[in-house]
Ligand binder design. Structure first.
Ligand code: T4K
Length: 382
């Protein structure tokens, strides 16, 4: 049997990290080592926080060790309990941040066009135990913040956003980071601006900011332990990396945008493949999301992903399955029987293709040719 030679000789990853100005980063790391100040609110973390505040136009930024811990701190700091309404169509970290605090995630369906939590479904899930809504700006597209704010105000609920995908994205003339009571960003390696591991909670509320800062640092305020806190601090190496990465943010977005436009042309007219469209021009374009219609394409999403992997195009299947189908949650009372048809549908049809600074327009053209060829072959065979 002859061995298959992948089309690409290198692996093309979704989430391959952007590096930014390597010399600047190395100089900063040298500086950190020279000064021997490695963590606990050092100057690079502070500079990163200030830079994020001015970029987002938000009052407070609390850098944390990752977005999952950031969500946990925000959930606790907002005083959430009982039940919180959250989409099932998200990375498990969103639901875990609630469950880890003893809160029941009430999984809500999404809008099939925006892939974001559906405010009408949110209203239906409100019970006397509901304390808040945790929305996710999936792929960087803003949730329906107006409707969610209206529901939260009418029902006296807290409103938190998981903005892990949404740095650099705008909505209604404001940057994401300014909505709800607080928002949480991720700077994980796979995010287009990254600090290796890292995250940030942002808010325009002074009191909440004090609470989040305290909870991030063992519950200590002015030297006294006044609360049960956690160690959620970002270290200086991550601070320097985040700061350096943020300085290249515009260049990263330019590359993502040009790759996205190249995908638009490369996939034009391929039956059964639909490229998800960012809803505003102020967007980071960091996820290239394709919806596969099995019937028209001639093959399923899973089959297509297997074929792409064989060519070293390491497409991902975010998010599959939905959280409500994951082991820790499907056993919760009422979850197994809850109908989330749009979530189920998206979980079975979406794939993500590589983008970022490791990918260029020629790679995209070749990926487009591969997809065109794969789908045409399967349709001919059908
Ligand atoms: N909320 C939402 C909506 C999220 O999407 C996430 C994280 C969070 C909250 C939590 O944020 P953090 O606590 O992580 O700050 C990856 C990331 O690990 C995860 O951060 C991210 N979302 C999620 C969407 O993607 P996996 O399980 O797919 O990771 P993995 O190891 O398969 O890597 C993904 C791809 O990236 C692979 O193709 C390999 C490539 N990669 C990865 C790393 C770490 C690289 O090329 N280089 C690298 O250094 O979750």
């Amino acid at each position: 049997m002859t061995r298959h030679t992948p089309h690409f000789s290198r692996q093309l990853h979704v989430g391959c990290p952007n590096i930014g100005n390597r010399e600047q980063l190395l100089a900063r790391i040298e500086d950190i080592l020279d000064r021997r100040w490695l963590t606990n609110h050092g100057p690079y973390v502070q500079a990163f926080e200030e830079r994020l505040c001015s970029y987002l136009g938000v009052k407070h930024c609390i850098a944390v060790c990752n977005a999952t811990v950031g969500l946990e701190i925000a959930v606790r700091g907002l005083g959430l309990g009982g039940e919180v309404i959250v989409p099932s169509f998200t990375f498990p970290a969103t639901a875990h941040a609630l469950a880890w605090q003893g809160i029941t995630p009430m999984f809500c369906d999404v809008d099939p066009e925006t892939h974001n939590i559906d405010p009408e479904q949110v209203e239906r899930l409100i019970s006397p135990r509901t304390t808040g809504i945790l929305g996710v700006h999936v792929w960087g597209n803003a949730c329906d913040t107006e409707s969610l704010a209206d529901i939260a105000a009418r029902k006296g609920l807290r409103l938190l956003y998981d903005a892990a995908h949404a740095l650099g994205c705008g909505h209604g003339g404001q940057m994401i980071g300014n909505f709800g009571d607080a928002e949480v960003f991720s700077f994980h390696a796979t995010k287009f601006v990254n600090s290796g591991e890292g995250g940030a909670i942002v808010t325009n509320d002074d009191e909440l900011a004090d609470t989040f800062r305290r909870l991030r640092s063992f519950g200590i305020e002015n030297g006294d332990v006044v609360d049960v806190g956690v160690n959620g601090k970002m270290n200086e190496l991550s601070g320097a990396m985040g700061l350096t990465s943020l300085e290249s943010c515009a260049a990263f977005i330019d590359r993502n945008r040009s790759n996205y436009l190249a995908y638009q042309s490369a996939l034009a007219g391929v039956p059964g493949l639909r490229l998800f469209t960012p809803r505003t021009t102020v967007h980071n374009f960091q996820y290239v999301v394709v919806e596969v219609d099995h019937r028209q394409a001639g093959l399923s999403r899973d089959h297509l992903v297997d074929l792409l992997h064989a060519e070293n195009v390491l497409a991902k299947k975010y998010f599959s399955p939905g959280c409500h189908r994951m082991e820790p949650y499907q056993r919760l009372s009422g979850v197994a029987s809850r109908s989330l048809p749009h979530t189920e549908n998206l979980c079975g049809r979406l794939l993500q293709l590589p983008t970022g600074s490791a990918i260029d327009a020629d790679d995209v053209r070749q990926i487009g040719d591969l997809l065109r060829g794969m789908t045409a072959k399967m349709r001919r065979a059908a």
